[in-house]
Design a protein around this ligand. Structure first.
Ligand code: ZN
Length: 174
């Protein structure tokens, strides 16, 4: 399975808004398979198509801890219908912000509707880590990153570190 290159912040593409898919066909399934392989390879627990430069509302998630029992969820055109008033805090990271983590407070539960791998409409009630992960990924589809919830000072610090990392990577390649 082809592993795709993950875009790293700061990258203007990561700030774009993604559009809905009209239909889930074999091309979309191929994209989702590649996204899943890319996510497992990274490794991560969620990946949005925008992170590999495709501006479509497609997300893959797998929060299962057991490597043997993979449990991937494919979300096409996910829409958050409901968010709980109660919140929870997780230390979040992101494949587009390597090595950067921050505690983020989000609604503890959410209900989403989406289209699945087979093109069927589904609903999902998410709580705990899954609820946070779903909200993090849906944010990606609107060009939002978890650092946007931090103070400007913290956010600028993280972006500065990422720019430095990118330069170092370039230096090695050249
Ligand atoms: Zn992310």
């Amino acid at each position: 399975m082809m592993i795709r290159k993950i875009l790293i912040e700061p990258d203007p593409i990561l700030r774009k808004k993604c559009s809905n898919l009209e239909i889930v066909n074999d091309d979309v399934r191929k994209l989702m398979d590649q996204m899943l392989a890319t996510m497992y390879n990274a490794p991560g627990i969620g990946l949005a198509a925008i992170q590999i430069g495709i501006l479509k509302r497609v997300v893959v998630i797998d929060i299962s801890k057991d490597q043997e029992k993979k449990n991937p969820i494919f979300l096409v055109n996910p829409v958050i219908l409901n968010k709980s008033k109660s919140t929870s805090v997780y230390e979040e990271g992101c494949l587009s912000l390597p090595g950067q983590f921050a505690e983020i407070e989000r609604p503890a539960e959410c209900v989403i509707k989406y289209i699945d791998y087979n093109g069927k409409e589904k609903k999902l009630e998410a709580k705990g880590l899954l609820a946070t992960c779903v909200q993090h990924e849906v944010d990606h589809l609107d060009g939002i990153l978890f650092i946007d919830y931090l103070s400007k000072l913290k956010k600028d610090m993280i972006i500065k570190k990422l720019i430095k990392q990118k330069k170092e990577i370039k230096r090695i390649v050249v």
